[in-house]
Design a protein around this ligand. Sequence first.
Ligand code: NAI
Ligand code: MG
Length: 353
Amino acid sequence: MNHRRHRIATIPGDGIGHEVIEAGQEVLEAAARKFGFSLNWTEFDWSCDRFQNTGQMMPEDGIDLVREYDAIYLGAVGWPTVPDHVSLWGLLIPLRRELDLYANVRPVKLFEGVKCPLADRKPEDIDFVVVRENVEGEYSKIGGRLYEGTPQEAANQVAMFTRHGTDRIMEVAFDLAKRRRKHVTSATKSNGIVHTMPFWDERFKAATARHAGVETAAYHIDILAAHFVLHPDWFDVVVASNLFGDILSDLGPAVAGSIGIAPSANLNPARKTPSMFEPVHGSAPDIAGKGIANPAAAIWAGAMMLEHLGETQAAEAVINAMATTLAQNETRTADLGGTEDTRQSVAAVLAAL
Ligand code: NAI
Ligand code: MG
């Protein structure tokens, strides 16, 4: 039998990105040994540090350098020394766009032992996935500023929704729902945003017609945010535009207990380019360097990467090991009310694995 090898580009980035990626690599290495495959890692130093030294977050040919890998494992990008829009648009957004990683898939799950900020909610109540459109929509460079610094100063920004882009994100959501509880909720705002959102609703209806057997619901984003808090049990797969999906995918993990757990997959479902896996959280300057970051989000993102690479058993084992450590106070990190630091938490996951 051929030994399976996966080539991974790692971009630890900034702050706790380094701490959690190192932690994740240790766990994924152990899973690879256990399940008989190997991971070959190549690290890229693209970050705000690099920006300070060279004036660029990544080299000119950066995208081509990572294109050859099977997947990308990214920590977090952003540091107080560089404006956030400069670091984001200098690294994360070009990776997502130029590699056409158009589906951002963010699972939300309440784990046993994790304190839920919502009263009386049990793990079976919170288990859904936010599917966020990742390359167009409200996050567009179209627009500009006029008369800067004067009383007439003006700014505008154009949202871009294409049929191609909208239809394909709907497909990802419906396909995913078919492998889960067969329900898709659409995040809209067609009452207030009168061009793009009625278009979004039409494309959602068209997708619904293509996928018999999947139940659907649609809510305006404002009440949908409220339902995330009041009725998280209503949701299986939630499909949303770039901006709405961004907001919902922070709100979701918050109702499930901690941003330190939430993972994110930036997928090219056609597998023409390497997909990218990262925690939802950022570089956490307030705790960076202290060795106390919760590695769970990076570990779970790593498990999603294994799943994408076809290592399904290893992926499940990693998630189960993580769930075991989250269930006990002695093996939880401080953000979850536990006593462990990053290293101790990793040791506990390794032991469970
Ligand atoms: P953040 O996620 O870095 O931190 C928010 C809060 O959550 C902080 O109190 C932090 O200590 C805590 N936290 C985050 N991850 C944690 C973990 N693994 N364990 C324990 N506690 C954790 O968000 P913030 O402060 O808004 O952004 C900081 C920097 O990160 C900014 O430069 C921002 O642009 C960048 N950022 C990057 C993202 C990415 O690379 N995908 C996502 C979000 C922010
Ligand atoms: Mg966000």
